[in-house]
Ligand binder design. Structure first.
Ligand SMILES: *Cc1c(COP(=O)(O)O)cnc(C)c1O
Length: 454
């Protein structure tokens, strides 16, 4: 696939934060702060998060889902999926924009609580929550816990009983729908680790209700990620509504949680439908499904992560070396940067694609085909498989990667003893560190075998 833009310096507004533009010197500016200024102050590589973009996306998605739910006579609760990127600041932005926070480990729970998120706004899911994590979540008073397996019914019930609480719970179900980007696959069973088979949802819902210490909210599913339209959500909702309706015979089922997974544009080739259109499509499917079954539409719940924080992030790197490598029919320019799979594992992990642009200036030569590589000892350490940069790109130039706000910092490692970069939030011309980076010193301090040090 070739990228649509012929101009290797253009910032496609579908891919870059709304605030992104070039200043008089040609440098990329995000949140009112230029890339060279950011790197001069905070170093390279650098994760940059546009606070206004993250907040605006949270607001727009929450509003779209709430409006679509209201149009079918119900309401929508929106939780930010913290696994995409969770820090104290980010958690507070989301709460201020009217979202709850979805966490899936004790560590994420600890961040949300330490950030001051009201426990009632927190949802806790995960396929292997430890007993200690469940006890901690119950004791903290988290709003909801997603029961992911038969075994967990007892575990959560016992923890709630011991704490003298009634814990609100959802039951995670495999709808048999797995969706990504343009298509969804619908099967009788889904062969994956999360949730219980749809065929057991009613039986296990009844089991949950038998516990006085549990308050059954409804069914939960999450069908995939980077989904561009409503089709997979609609199919999944339709499937879940059968079990939902059957459970209504034995009591209230106030909610249906359809998870997250709304897609974003990493390159100009990605064309996710507007969230308003997706929300309306999901709501229509729920309304139709409820009418057919003669039931009232339940409250809807959603857990978007990537669609909120992904496009708000930009990673800045410094170019070290450039090599022209002959390939069939031309030349590929390998542009190596001072980070790589340690700060962005997604290309190596699942072939993710990104957009790269010169960030410290504009080019003076015609665009060339580039592959942006990291500095790690791994041939698969590729940051951008293919894009165009001006042919004069060279050592010392800054480059920026778009849409790195989700699943980059949160998946970062110290591979090759490379320190993880800090995360800097930008807004209104101001920049501040919201998560500190590692230093060589902080990495060495963990090594108990370094004599005279620890
Ligand atoms: C990963 C996950 C999400 C968020 O997915 P995004 O693609 O980031 O929107 C939401 N809910 C559950 C249960 C998840 O596992």
């Amino acid at each position: 696939m070739s990228h649509a833009s012929a101009d290797a310096d253009v910032l496609d507004p579908a891919v870059w934060p709304a605030s992104a533009h070039r200043d008089a010197a040609g440098a990329i500016v995000v949140g009112g702060v230029s890339a060279p200024e950011l790197v001069a102050r905070f170093g390279s590589p650098l994760y940059v998060l546009d606070e206004d973009e993250a907040r605006a996306r949270a607001r727009r998605i929450r509003t779209a889902l709430a409006d679509a739910a209201r149009a079918i006579g119900t309401e929508a609760h929106v939780y930010y999926a913290g696994k995409a990127f969770l820090s104290g600041e980010a958690a507070r932005w989301m709460v201020e924009e009217g979202l709850g926070i979805d966490v899936c480990t004790g560590g994420e729970l600890a961040v949300a609580l330490a950030a001051g998120v009201a426990p009632a706004l927190i949802g806790f899911h995960g396929n292997n929550k430890s007993v200690a994590e469940i006890e901690r979540a119950v004791a903290a008073g988290v709003g909801t816990i997603v029961i992911d397996s038969e075994i967990e019914i007892e575990r959560v019930a016992r923890a709630a009983r011991a704490a003298g609480r009634v814990q609100r719970v959802r039951l995670r179900v495999n709808s048999g729908v797995h969706a990504s980007t343009h298509e969804f696959l619908a099967t009788a069973h889904e062969d994956q680790k999360f949730g219980v088979p749809l065929g057991r949802a009613v039986e296990l819902g009844v089991r949950i209700r038998a516990h006085d210490s549990l308050d059954f909210l409804g069914l939960h599913c999450h069908i995939g990620s980077q989904i561009f339209d409503a089709g997979g959500f609609a199919e999944s909702a339709a499937r879940l509504l059968d079990a939902h309706a059957a459970l209504l015979a034995g009591g209230e089922v106030p909610e249906l949680n359809l998870g997250g997974g709304f897609g974003i544009a990493y390159t100009s080739d990605d064309t996710p439908a507007p969230i308003e259109e997706i929300a309306a499509g999901i709501a229509a499917a729920v309304a139709d499904g409820c009418r057919e079954r003669g039931i009232r539409p339940p409250r809807l719940a959603f857990e978007p992560g990537r669609a909120i924080i992904g496009p708000a992030g930009v990673t800045l790197y410094t170019v070290g070396t450039v090599k022209a490598v002959p390939i069939d029919g031309g030349v590929r320019h390998y542009v190596s940067v001072d980070g790589g799979m340690s700060d962005n594992a997604r290309p190596a992990l699942y072939g993710a694609d990104y957009t790269v642009r010169l960030a410290s200036r504009t080019g003076t030569a015609d665009p060339v085909l580039v592959r942006v590589a990291g500095k790690h000892c791994e041939a698969g350490d590729i940051v951008v498989d293919h894009d165009q940069l001006p042919g004069d790109v060279g050592p010392g130039d800054l480059v920026a990667l778009a849409a790195t706000g989700a699943y980059c910092w949160s998946l970062a490692s110290n591979y090759n003893h490379v320190p993880r970069p800090p995360v800097v939030a930008v807004a209104g011309g101001e920049a501040r560190v919201i998560v500190h980076g590692d230093t060589e010193e902080s990495l060495l301090a963990r090594d108990a075998g370094l004599r005279g040090r620890n």
